[in-house]
Design a protein around this ligand. Structure first.
Ligand code: ATP
Ligand code: MG
Length: 177
């Protein structure tokens, strides 16, 4: 069957970028597509999706965290360590793209990695430009670069209308992680 692989971007300041990508991953997996999720910046095992995806049978879905934690949190990780983790994650994405092992690759928070100067826009454009025709590539994170948006086929901007954080409600299990 002919597949037109799409470049998809989830950006904006509202909640739902990563969860929408995970929703797509689940949908694609249910259609026997092979899905790889590479998480930039994130390096925390508390996320419910890690357990959920690990519990799915077979090897058609895989999630790997390759980050050192969000940079704005003072967790003792140097900028160099963040850069080196992001570069490794990028290389993993490039290798995965050319491996023919996956039908969908999700680069979660890659837009943040650019925003925080862990990667250049050109680094990310290389991944977009090298996308095989039939691969679906999804990039998430706030402040997606205009250059990436210009190359994408499907771009959704999540806009914050209300967020519980503004009322002082902290991140909750099953909602944020
Ligand atoms: P989610 O992972 O819940 O889909 P997201 O990917 O859209 O969120 P990110 O920008 O990756 O959002 O934000 C990471 C964390 O910040 C998440 O825990 C998310 O719930 C929270 N968050 C998202 N949007 C907002 C907002 N507008 N105000 C405060 N916190 C937010
Ligand atoms: Mg996110």
């Amino acid at each position: 069957m002919y597949t037109q692989g799409l470049t998809i971007v989830h950006t904006g300041n509202g909640k739902g970028k990563t969860t929408a990508a995970l929703g797509l991953a689940l949908r694609a997996w249910g259609q026997n597509l092979r899905v790889l999720i590479i998480q930039f910046i994130k390096g925390n095992s508390k996320y419910g999706e890690l357990n959920a995806l690990a519990a799915l049978p077979g090897d058609n879905i895989k999630i790997i965290q390759m980050g050192e934690g969000f940079t704005h949190r003072d967790n003792g990780i140097s900028q160099d360590e963040h850069i080196s983790a992001a570069k490794k994650a990028l290389q993993t994405a490039i290798d995965a793209e050319s491996s023919d092992n996956w039908d969908m690759i999700i680069l979660d928070e890659i837009n943040y990695a650019v925003k925080f100067n862990l990667l250049t826009v050109d680094d990310v454009l290389k991944v977009v430009d090298n996308k095989p025709q039939d691969l679906h590539l999804i990039l998430t994170g706030r402040d997606a670069s205009d250059k990436i948006i210009a190359k994408a086929d499907l771009v959704t901007e999540m806009t914050e209308i209300k967020h519980p954080y503004k009322q002082g409600i902290k991140a909750q299990k099953g909602i944020e992680f």
